[in-house]
Design a protein around this ligand. Structure first.
Ligand code: SAH
Length: 567
């Protein structure tokens, strides 16, 4: 087997990036755009010792789970990864991904997950859900202006003005802009030379208000014949804001700092639930407003507010969750690292007449511990308390200093909103080892056709449910409980300890004085035929060739497995 050879594969599994996984001659292959159940012919593009990558060349027998892509450039475009998978299957895949991470990384028992996991919230209409699109503008071989998307991991523009995830009106906006450029010989920006005028077109839509915003991102300060362009754009229903953004830097960053109003007003308005937002070209706003409402509705339900609570919303962005919760809480404090986002949050509170939300700029892992320490200093003997803490961190999850402070503040409930179930699982493990109990887990699909999944989790503080008084006399004789018996029964009922890789490593390091790699332990377990976790991140692991431990290490690992009664 060598590079460029053709292999026939039956796709049996799906990797974390949505790629199909199949086997041939003992080798595992990862194939982009292949769907579980497909029988395919693929060309090997990269070959390692026991795995490789291949390109889908022909579908010999399509899977029942395969759907024809709505978008003609679905395979080339880097935006969607799983458009060719039936939507129901996408939801199953995402639910499984969250569950597997909680089990593997979080160490949560399968029976507990059966009890706490709720079905994923999917979309009824999984297309045209995005309220924001940023199209790069370029020039094709014939010199015509084009708009489209960057091909996966490159800056090559795939012309496409009909994106199945965006609003239909985007096509009309782009056709007007491209037609105008052609007619008046307005140039497109060229990354290589740094010349040319039009860089990107940003389009935003208010789903509830129907308002449309167009922002033209240009490498210059003037657009020739701009009145003709704005006049044409204003004919579109809902047009509310036309601006230009000046970006003359040679950079990958799309937007420059300066905005100039060309027509209408500088912002559009939209609602999430009852809360109104003013969205300007530079402000952050969730891109799937329908599911955002679902997600925040869940967070609000899990927060269990009665109107009396003090709530912290950490990583609050423009205060979306804070303002949502403020309607039902006594007081909300939001913390966010980006100052402009906090400015927006305060403005949004004001335009909605919300007075019980306060916002702080700073790192959550600094603001909360500082608050906690200062509170202790000025109130000796008592501790800062919160009823509910909500966190919605970026992919890397929460800093441990923050988790520690959260635990010290002992909120009754913690609501964790996550966009990465691996770091979520890691953080939940910490919280559950430090006084919290997993109560509810619900994935939500904010980004259909992509591999991303959001999750909302409810944790509650472990407190005794109540007390009963029982009188027991220990010792020998009638009606008394012999102490020996208790010890024996306790021993018999002792739950079997779950043996983790960490325990094995610590045992070996303490006894033998050397460290062993997780992969070595896995290798020994595998060679002994012991049950292995069904690794959802096997894709990641397989990127590294399997390691072979030395005899000395194998013996130490076997000894540890014996010690913990695994063998
Ligand atoms: N809850 C918001 C935003 C969540 S996205 C919403 O739903 O709209 C995560 C946010 O965390 C981003 O706004 C990012 O700027 C912010 N952030 C990243 N690191 C942070 C940190 N260390 N402390 C506080 N905020 C941070």
């Amino acid at each position: 087997m060598k590079k460029n050879d053709f292999v026939t594969l039956t796709i049996e599994d799906i990797g974390v990036g949505g790629e199909g996984i199949g086997k041939a001659e003992g080798m595992t292959f990862f194939v982009k755009d292949a769907v579980v159940g497909d029988v395919i012919e693929a060309r090997i593009t990269k070959l390692k010792k026991n795995y490789g990558y291949a390109r889908l060349m022909k579908i010999i027998k399509p899977s029942e789970k395969r759907k024809e892509a709505k978008c003609p450039v679905a395979r080339q475009c880097g935006g969607c990864q799983i458009q060719e998978m039936d939507y129901k299957e996408q939801l199953k895949f995402k639910g499984r991904k969250v569950r597997n991470n909680l089990e593997r990384i979080g160490g949560f028992e399968s029976t507990l997950l059966d009890a706490v996991m709720e079905p994923i919230c999917g979309m009824e209409e999984p297309f045209h859900y995005r309220n924001k699109a940023q199209y790069p503008i370029g020039t094709d071989r014939d010199g015509n202006p084009v708009a489209g998307f960057y091909a996966g991991r490159t800056h090559q523009i795939i012309p496409n003005t009909v994106c199945a995830l965006g609003k239909e009106i985007n096509t009309e906006v782009l056709n007007i802009v491209l037609g105008f450029m052609k007619e008046f010989h307005v140039t497109a920006y060229d990354e290589g030379t740094g010349t040319g005028l039009f860089r990107h077109v940003l389009i935003r839509s208010g789903f509830k208000t129907g308002e449309i915003m167009v922002c033209l991102i240009v490498n210059g300060t003037q657009i020739p014949h701009v009145e003709t362009l704005t006049e044409r754009l204003t004919k579109l229903p809902g047009m509310t804001s036309i601006t230009m953004n000046i970006n003359c830097e040679n950079t990958n960053v799309i937007m420059g700092k300066e905005i100039r109003l060309l027509w209408g007003q500088e912002y559009i308005t939209d609602y999430i639930g009852e809360i109104k937002y003013q969205i300007s070209p530079l402000s952050f706003y969730q891109v799937n407003p329908v599911q955002t409402e679902v997600l925040y509705g869940l967070a609000c339900e899990y927060a269990g507010l009665t109107g009396q609570e003090t709530v912290w919303d950490l990583y609050c962005g423009i205060g979306t969750i804070s303002l949502f919760l403020a309607q039902k809480a006594k007081q909300v404090y939001g913390v966010e690292i980006i100052p402009q986002a906090i400015e927006d949050a305060r403005k949004n509170a004001e335009i909605n007449g919300i007075t019980n939300a306060e916002f702080y700029v700073g790192k959550a892992e600094e603001v909360l511990p500082d608050y906690y320490r200062k509170y202790e200093e000025s109130n000796p003997g008592s501790r800062a308390h919160a009823d509910v803490i909500v966190v919605d961190p970026p992919r890397k999850g929460c800093d441990e200093t923050l988790l520690e402070t959260m635990v010290n503040m002992e909120p009754d409930r913690i609501v964790y909103v996550s966009c990465d179930s691996a770091t979520l699982a890691r953080d939940l493990k910490y919280l559950c080892e430090n006084g919290y109990e997993l109560k509810k887990v619900r994935p939500a699909d904010m980004f259909p056709m992509t591999v991303h999944v959001e999750t909302v989790v409810l944790l509650s503080h472990k407190k005794p449910d109540g007390h009963i008084n029982v009188k027991v006399e220990f010792g020998e004789g009638e009606g008394k409980v012999p102490l020996d018996n208790i010890a024996k029964r306790a021993e018999a009922y002792k739950p079997k300890e779950r043996v983790t890789y960490k325990m094995i490593k610590e045992y070996i390091e303490a006894k033998y004085g050397f460290k062993v790699h997780t992969a070595y332990i896995a290798e020994v377990k595998r060679s002994l035929g012991l049950p292995m976790y069904d690794a959802p991140n096997a894709v990641e692991e397989l990127k590294h060739p399997r390691k072979h431990p030395t005899v000395e290490k194998v013996e130490a690992i076997k000894d540890a497995l014996k010690h913990f009664e695994v063998i």
